[in-house]
Design a protein around this ligand. Structure first.
Ligand code: ADP
Length: 642
C-alpha cells in the first residue's frame, strides 16, 4: 500500500517544513505555504533562512547546525518570542517544534510551525483587561481583597495592603485570611477598648465564615470601618472595608440636631401652654368682673359707665382672640393640631354659627340669611373646626360689612363636595391686596384702619380646611362686597345618622327662681377668681357656694358635704385638678357628683385629658358667664346618674 503521503502532510493543521542539515528546504506542506505566502517551487530547494526575519538570519544558520549536532526533539528557541517572515517581508509570531529525522542521505530536520498571531493578540487583550481591573481596584478608596476557595489572598488593592498587610513579613498574596487578620490585629490596626482582641477576632471570623450584612470595627486611630464580605461563585470571598467615620459622625450630628429640635419644639409647646395660662388668668379677672358689672341688677351702671365698660370688654375680647389665634396658628404650624373627621350635618353647624354671630350682626345692623337646599348632604369634617372657619368668614363679613347690609350663607352641593359661600356687600378688598390675605398677619390694608383684627383668621381657616381635605377661596370687588367659600368632601355613607344634637329652648331656669337649694363647692386658689364666682352665684339664689383653696381641702369638703356639683380649677397648688377628679371617681359616695373643670389652658389636648379624667364639663378661662350658667343649669337641674 502506498501511503497518500502528500495529502496527509498537506492536510495537517500546522505548517510542516523538512530541510536537510545545511538548511535547504526539501519539503513544505500547504499550511506552511499559506502561512509564509510562497508557492511550493519557490521554497523547495531554497534555504530555510528566507523564512526567518532578516535581523536574525546570520545567527539562525548556527542554530540549525547546533540542532543537527544535538539532534533531539525540542521546541525551538524556548523562552524567546519567535517570528516568521512572509514573502512580502511582514513578520508574524510563531511557535515552532523541531524534530530530527535520520535518513539514508543523512540527518534531516522537521519543523512544525504554528502561526500564533491570534493567540498573542488574545494574550495582550487579557493582559490589558487585567491591568485595567487591577488599577480600578487600586483606585477604589476602600480596602479591597479577594480570597480564593482555600481562603488565600489572590488580589488586594493598596488600601487593603496598607490596612491588613502592613506588618506581614513578605507578600500578602497567598496568605490565608486567618493569618492576615491575626497579623493586622497584632499590628494594632484595630481598637480593643470596647471589645477584647479575642472577641473581635471571633466576631470577624464568624462573619467571614458566613458573611451577611456588614461588620463594624474601629481602628486604633479612632476611625470607624464597615466591612462587607460576600462569597463569590467560585467559593472564594471578596471583602470591602470602607471608612465610614464621616457618615457615622454625620448621623450622630443629625441625631443630636433632631434631639435638640425636639427639645426646642417641646420647649415651644411648653412656652405656648404657659403663655396661654399666664395671659388668660389676668384676662379672666378683667372679663369676668366686667361682665358682672354689666349685668349687676342691684347697682346698675349708668349708660356712660356701661359704654366705657363695653370698651373694656371689647378690648379684653380682642386680646383673648389674639391669644387664641396666635396659639392656634402656632399649634397648627408645629403640626400639633389633630382634627377628628366625622360625618357632620351642615345645617346644624350653620345654625349654631348663625346663632353665635347674630348679636354681632345686630350690633353692626347687618341681616343674616341662609340659602340652603331642603336636605343638604352630610359632609365629613371636624365639626368644631368647620364651625371655626365659618365663624371666621362670617365675622369678617360683618366686620368688613356695611351697616344696613346683608350677610348670606349659601350652601351648594356639588358632585363630591359641598360649597358654603359667605357673601357680604361690604367694603371688598382692593385688587392689589388680594394675593396675600391667606398669609399670616396680612391685613390687606386694614392694619391702619379702625377695624380690629389680627390678620391670622384666614390663615388658620385655610390650614384647617386643608387638614379636612377641603379648599377655600374667595372673590371680591372693592366697594361692592366679598364672597369667601369653603368646599368640604361629601360624606359617602348615606345610612348614618346626623351626629348633632338639636338645641331646644328652655323655660325659665329653676336656678334663678330660688325654688330649690343646691350646694356647689368651688376649688380654686386665686382670690380674684373666688370673688368673681361669689359675685356670679349671688345671681343664682338657689345656689349655695363653698370654696376650698386647694385640692386636698376640696376633697375633704366634698366628702363631708356631698355637694350637688363641684367646680374645679385645674392648676392648683399641690394636687392638680385632674388628680382630684380621678380620686373623686374612686369613692362610691362622690363618684356621681358632676365636676366642671375650669382651666386657663386652652390647648385641645387638655380638654381631651379632662374628658378622660372624668370631668363632666371642661370650660376654659376667661369664663364666659353665659356658658358657665348654662352648664350650671344643665347639671343642677338633672338628677345625678348613678
Ligand atoms: P383680620 O383679623 O384682619 O380680619 P383675617 O385673616 O380674617 O384677619 O383677614 C385678612 C384680611 O382680609 C383682613 O384684614 C381684611 O383686609 C381682608 N378680609 C377678610 N375678609 C373680608 C371681607 N369679608 N371683606 C373685606 N375684606 C376682608
Amino acid at each position: 500500500m502506498t501511503l497518500p503521503f502528500r495529502e496527509l502532510v498537506d492536510s495537517a493543521p500546522d505548517g510542516l517544513i523538512v530541510c536537510d542539515q545545511t538548511g535547504t528546504i526539501l519539503l513544505v506542506n500547504a499550511e506552511a505555504l499559506r502561512m509564509f505566502g510562497y508557492a511550493r517551487d519557490e521554497l523547495v530547494g531554497s534555504s530555510i533562512d528566507v523564512l526567518v526575519p532578516a535581523g536574525i538570519r546570520p545567527r539562525h544558520h548556527q542554530h540549525v547546525a547546533s540542532f543537527v549536532r544535538s539532534s533531539r526533539l525540542r521546541p525551538m528557541g524556548s523562552g524567546l518570542d519567535l517570528h516568521g517572515c512572509r514573502k512580502d517581508g511582514t513578520e508574524f509570531p510563531v511557535e515552532i517544534s523541531l524534530s530530527p529525522i535520520e535518513s539514508a542521505t543523512g540527518m534531516m530536520v522537521t519543523a512544525g510551525i504554528r502561526d500564533i498571531t491570534e493567540r498573542r493578540a488574545l494574550e495582550r487583550e487579557t493582559r490589558r483587561a487585567n491591568a485595567y481591573l487591577t488599577s480600578a481596584v487600586d483606585a477604589v478608596q476602600e480596602a479591597f481583597a479577594l480570597f480564593d476557595e482555600q481562603d488565600r489572598v489572590v488580589m488586594v488593592n493598596s488600601a487593603g495592603r496598607q490596612l491588613l498587610g502592613s506588618r506581614l513579613g513578605g507578600s500578602i498574596i497567598g496568605q490565608t485570611f486567618a493569618t492576615v487578620l491575626d497579623g493586622a490585629l497584632t499590628a494594632g490596626a484595630f481598637d480593643f477598648s470596647d471589645e477584647s482582641r479575642e472577641a473581635l477576632l471571633r466576631r470577624w471570623l464568624a462573619y467571614h465564615a458566613a458573611p451577611s450584612g456588614t461588620l463594624d470595627v474601629r481602628t486604633g486611630t479612632g476611625r470607624y470601618l464597615r466591612v462587607t464580605e460576600r462569597k463569590t461563585a467560585e467559593q472564594g470571598t471578596v471583602a470591602m472595608i470602607a471608612d465610614v467615620t464621616e457618615d457615622i459622625q454625620h448621623a450622630a450630628e443629625l441625631s443630636a440636631a433632631r434631639v435638640a429640635a425636639e427639645a426646642a419644639s417641646a420647649a415651644k409647646s411648653e412656652f405656648l401652654s404657659s403663655m396661654s395660662h399666664e395671659l388668660r388668668t389676668p384676662l379672666n379677672s378683667i372679663l369676668g368682673f366686667a361682665q358682672l358689672l354689666e349685668r349687676d341688677r342691684k347697682n346698675p351702671l349708668d349708660p356712660r359707665q356701661i359704654e366705657r365698660l363695653q370698651y373694656v370688654l371689647r378690648g379684653g375680647e380682642h386680646l383673648l382672640k389674639l391669644i387664641d389665634d396666635v396659639l392656634d396658628l402656632a399649634k397648627i404650624e408645629a403640626g400639633g393640631v389633630t382634627i377628628s373627621i366625622e360625618p357632620v350635618g351642615l345645617s346644624e353647624v350653620l345654625g349654631e354659627v348663625v346663632h353665635t354671630l347674630e348679636p354681632l350682626a345686630a350690633r353692626a345692623q347687618i341681616r343674616i340669611a341662609t340659602q340652603q337646599p331642603t336636605a343638604p348632604p352630610q359632609i365629613t369634617a371636624d365639626r368644631t373646626r368647620l364651625a371655626q372657619i365659618l365663624m371666621n368668614f362670617g365675622s369678617n363679613a360683618i366686620k368688613y360689612g356695611r351697616p344696613g347690609g346683608a350677610l348670606v350663607f349659601r350652601v351648594e352641593p356639588k358632585p363630591r363636595t359641598v360649597r358654603v359661600t359667605v357673601i357680604d356687600d361690604g367694603i371688598g378688598i382692593p385688587e392689589h391686596k388680594r394675593d396675600k390675605i391667606f398669609e399670616p398677619f396680612q391685613r390687606a390694608g386694614q392694619e391702619a384702619g379702625p377695624i380690629e383684627g389680627t390678620g391670622i383668621g384666614l390663615t388658620i381657616s385655610k390650614r384647617l380646611a386643608e387638614m379636612m381635605e377641603g379648599t377655600v377661596g374667595f372673590k371680591s370687588s372693592e366697594g361692592v362686597g366679598s364672597e369667601f367659600w369653603i368646599e368640604i368632601p361629601v360624606h359617602r355613607d348615606e345610612t348614618s345618622e346626623p351626629s348633632a344634637t338639636v338645641v331646644t329652648d328652655r323655660g325659665p331656669s329653676l336656678l334663678t327662681t330660688g325654688a330649690a337649694h343646691h350646694l356647689v363647692i368651688y376649688v380654686e386658689d386665686n382670690p380674684s377668681n373666688i370673688a368673681f364666682m361669689r359675685d356670679l352665684m349671688e345671681e343664682l339664689p338657689s345656689v349655695e357656694l363653698m370654696t376650698a383653696p386647694n385640692a386636698e381641702l376640696g376633697l375633704e369638703l366634698i366628702r363631708a358635704h356631698l355637694p350637688k356639683l363641684v367646680i374645679m380649677d385645674i392648676n392648683l397648688p399641690g394636687m392638680s385638678g385632674f388628680e382630684a377628679v380621678e380620686r373623686l371617681r374612686t369613692w362610691p359616695e362622690t363618684r356621681a357628683i358632676p365636676v366642671i373643670g375650669l382651666s386657663a389652658a386652652a390647648l385641645p389636648k387638655d380638654s381631651l385629658r379632662a374628658k378622660e379624667a372624668g370631668f363632666e364639663r371642661y370650660l376654659t378661662k376667661p369664663v364666659k358667664v353665659a356658658e358657665l350658667t348654662r352648664a350650671l343649669e344643665e347639671l343642677l337641674e338633672t338628677p345625678p346618674q348613678a
